[in-house]
Design a protein around this ligand. Structure first.
Ligand SMILES: [Zn+2]
Length: 275
């Protein structure tokens, strides 16, 4: 699932091309992908985007007349790219938008499940759609993060992924951030003293920045991640094999020596507890 670094790298890459020419043809979109019907996509035709913006894991393309906002959420398997004029793009993308210069913005989604979404909204509707999101993860500062951690007693991995608390972090970057901060994914948020809060604040900024720089250079997952999906590989800090634990519907990766005092975390799958 693309998270803040991945989305921000795409936003930067799309900012110029999407604003270079007015829209010639918006759509078609897969029926499951297009989430709004009024105004119709054709309302974009003849208008020009002001550029590409981002909020949490969503891309926003406001028109330069201030009347409409195209919003894209890629979910797990969606990918967005700009296809240059004359370059061959995907045959049947989930969504396609052609510009007058001949370039296209295309959204594809791997797998049978269509979960990625495209919305065409008035600016105030877009604002309402985004109102539930917490503050952007980068640049929070220790004081603000301390307030968020103290608001509710929750396990750190789960809290970091909660878009209502902090926006932009998902499973992969929660793993990377907690490893860098040397905090257990199971640690309770209200138990953190000033030192660990400071470490977590720094780790959020430094890891998301590291991710963004690597993604802008086109780095793939295996190079970008140091913990996520690295079961059994040596921790780059201490050399201990990276561990994995299953919690409900998802999987956490962590460094036992660096994060949990050498203890292996136990699976907390609901299905196992019920058995
Ligand atoms: Zn380690």
């Amino acid at each position: 699932m693309p998270e803040l670094p991945e989305m921000e790298a795409w936003r930067r890459a799309l900012d110029d091309p999407v604003s270079a020419f007015p829209v010639e043809k918006a759509g078609p979109a897969h029926i499951a992908t297009l989430k709004t019907f009024e105004p119709p996509l054709s309302a974009l035709e003849g208008r020009r985007f002001a550029g590409a913006e981002r909020r949490a894991k969503r891309l926003l393309f406001p028109t330069d007349d201030g009347e409409l906002v195209l919003m894209i959420h890629l979910m797990s398997a969606g990918r967005v790219r700009y296809v240059l004029s004359g370059e061959s793009g995907p045959k049947s993308p989930a969504f396609r938008l052609r510009f007058q210069g001949g370039g296209e913005l295309v959204l594809t989604e791997a797998g049978a499940k269509k979960r990625a979404g495209v919305w065409l909204l008035a600016p105030e509707e877009a604002e309402a759609e985004l109102a539930h999101l917490g503050p952007e993860a980068v640049g929070l500062g220790a004081e603000r993060l301390g307030e968020i951690l103290g608001a509710e007693n929750r396990r750190l991995h789960s809290l970091l992924r909660d878009q209502r608390a902090i926006a932009g972090i998902g499973r992969a970057w929660a793993n990377e951030i907690l490893h860098t901060a040397q905090l257990s994914p199971y640690a309770m948020s209200t138990d953190l003293g000033p030192g660990p809060v400071e470490a977590l604040t720094d780790a959020i900024d430094s890891e998301l920045q590291r991710g963004l720089e690597l993604r802008e250079r086109g780095a793939k997952d295996a190079k970008v991640y140091r913990v996520h999906n690295k079961l059994g590989e040596p921790c780059d800090v201490c050399g201990t094999p990276i561990g994995r634990v299953d919690v409900d519907e998802h999987t956490i990766y962590y460094g036992p020596e660096c994060q949990t005092g050498g203890r292996l975390l136990k699976d907390r799958r609901l299905s196992r507890l019920l058995r």
